[in-house]
Design a binder for this molecule. Structure first.
Ligand SMILES: *Cc1c(COP(=O)(O)O)cnc(C)c1O
Length: 393
C-alpha cells in the first residue's frame, strides 16, 4: 500500500493534511482508502460544482478525449470558441481568455489592468487596489493582490504598485484612489477571508467611483462564480457589472480550467500580450461547456438558491441552540458560520470522524460549499452530524 505519512513519501510538504486518503467519489459522497464514507461539504473547495463523477462530465471527458485532448493556441479549437460564447451570452462579457486556475486568471487580469493603463495613460496609471482579507491566489501578482500578510510573509519583495483598503469601507477606498490607479480588484463575497459578503451599497459606490475615474473594476469570482451563490455570477446580486471577472473553481467541476472575462472597454490584449500553453484546450473546454450548460439553466439556479436558503434557515435554528455559533452568513451554497472560539479545527476533525467533510476559513468560520447538486436530505444529514459535534463539544 502507498503510504501518505509525511516522513515516508516524496510529496512536498506544502499542505497540512487530514490523515485520510480519498480514493472514490460519487455525487456528494467520497470514500477513503479504508472504505469510510463521507458527505462532502468541501467539494474540492467549491470546485466539484456538479458533485463527483457527474455522468455528463464523465461522458464529456470520454468523448472529447477520444477526439482531441490538446492542441496549441497556435490553432483554433471549436470548444474554446463555444465555451467563450456560452460564458458571454450568460454574462456582461465580450471576450474571454482561458487559463488553468484561479491564480492564473487573476494574473491575466492584473496584466490586463496594467496594459489598460499603458494604452490609455502612457503607463501613468498602474496601481491596483485590493481589499484586506482578500484571497486571489499564490502566484506573485495574485499573492500581492491578496490582502493577508500570512500568505505573503517570507516571500518579499512583492510586486510593486498594490494598495490595500478595508473591505466594505467606501471612504477608505476613496482616499486610496489616486491618478495612478488603474484597477480595483475585489471578491463580491470574500471566500478564504471568512465568507464576508460585499455590501450592496458599497459595491454600487465602488462601481460609481471606478466609472468617474476611469478605473477598471475587477471581480474575482473564482469562488463565487458558476452558480455558487444562487445566481450564475455573484455580481448579479448587486445590480452592477464589473469590467473584468475571473473564474476557475466550479467551471470544470473538478477539471482544471480558469477564465478571465472582459467587457468591450477592457478588451485591450493583442496577440503576444498574454498566453497559456494549456489554457482553453479542447478537453478542458468540452467539460466547461457541459458544466455551463447545466448550471446556467434557470431552474438549476433556482434550486441552488432554494437549497441555500434551506441550509441557512436550519443553521439559524441550530445557532439558537448552541452558543458555539456566533453568526451565519453567505449566499446560495456559499455559507459561513462564525464560531465562538479562536480556532475551529477541532470541530472539523470531529465532523470528519462522524462522516462529514467540512472546512474552516479565517481560523473560526465553518465554510459550507457542497456540490450544487446536494439534496435537502443530504443537507439534513450534514446538519445532524454537526449538531452531534456541537452537542458534545
Ligand atoms: C481559490 C481562489 C483563488 C485561487 O485559485 P487557484 O486555482 O488555487 O489558483 C483565487 N481567488 C479566489 C477568490 C479563490 O477562492
Amino acid at each position: 500500500m502507498i503510504t501518505y505519512k509525511e516522513d515516508k513519501n516524496h510529496v512536498m510538504n506544502t499542505y497540512s493534511r487530514y490523515p485520510i486518503k480519498l480514493v472514490k467519489g460519487n455525487g456528494c459522497k467520497v470514500w477513503d482508502s479504508e472504505g469510510n464514507e463521507y458527505l462532502d461539504f468541501v467539494a474540492g473547495i467549491a470546485v466539484n460544482s456538479l458533485g463527483h463523477s457527474h455522468p455528463e462530465v464523465v461522458n464529456a471527458i470520454k468523448e472529447q478525449s477520444e477526439k482531441l485532448i490538446h492542441c496549441s493556441n497556435l490553432y483554433w479549437n471549436e470548444n474554446q470558441i463555444e465555451l467563450a460564447n456560452i460564458i458571454c451570452e450568460n454574462s456582461f462579457g465580450e471576450k474571454v481568455f482561458f487559463a488553468n486556475s484561479g491564480a492564473e486568471a487573476n494574473e491575466a487580469a492584473i496584466k490586463l489592468a496594467r496594459k489598460y493603463g499603458t494604452l490609455k495613460y502612457g503607463g501613468k496609471k498602474y496601481k491596483i487596489i485590493a481589499a484586506t482579507n482578500s484571497f486571489h491566489g499564490r502566484t506573485y501578482g495574485a499573492l500581492t493582490a491578496t490582502g493577508q500578510f500570512k500568505y505573503q510573509k517570507g516571500f518579499e519583495p512583492l510586486v510593486p504598485g498594490f494598495k490595500y483598503v478595508k473591505y466594505n469601507d467606501i471612504d477608505d477606498l476613496e482616499s486610496a484612489i489616486d491618478d495612478e490607479t488603474c484597477a480595483v480588484m475585489l471578491e463580491p463575497i470574500q471566500g478564504e477571508g471568512g465568507i464576508n459578503e460585499g455590501d450592496k451599497n458599497y459595491l454600487q459606490e465602488v462601481r460609481k467611483l471606478c466609472d468617474e475615474k476611469d478605473i477598471l473594476l475587477i471581480f474575482d469570482e473564482v469562488q463565487t462564480g458558476i452558480g455558487r451563490t444562487g445566481k450564475l455570477f455573484a455580481y448579479e446580486h448587486f445590480g452592477i457589472v464589473p469590467n473584468v471577472m475571473t473564474l476557475a473553481k466550479g467551471l470544470g467541476s473538478g477539471f482544471p480550467i480558469g477564465a478571465m472575462i472582459v467587457d468591450e472597454k477592457a478588451d485591450v490584449f493583442v496577440p503576444g500580450d498574454h498566453a497559456s500553453t494549456f489554457g482553453g484546450n479542447p478537453l478542458a473546454c468540452a467539460i466547461g461547456i457541459k458544466v455551463m450548460k447545466i448550471i446556467s439553466d434557470k431552474s438549476f439556479l433556482d434550486q441552488i438558491k432554494d437549497k441555500g436558503d434551506y441550509l441557512k434557515k436550519h443553521l439559524f435554528y441550530i445557532k439558537e441552540k448552541y452558543s458555539i455559533m456566533e453568526e451565519v452568513r453567505g449566499k446560495g451554497l456559499m455559507i459561513g458560520c462564525k464560531l465562538n472560539m479562536q480556532e475551529g479545527g477541532e470541530i472539523v476533525k470531529q465532523a470528519m470522524k462522524k462522516g462529514l467533510l467540512i472546512n474552516i476559513v479565517n481560523h473560526n468560520v465553518l465554510r459550507f460549499v457542497p456540490p450544487l447538486i446536494v439534496t435537502k436530505s443530504e443537507i439534513d444529514q450534514a446538519l445532524e452530524i454537526l449538531e452531534d459535534v456541537f452537542k458534545n463539544f
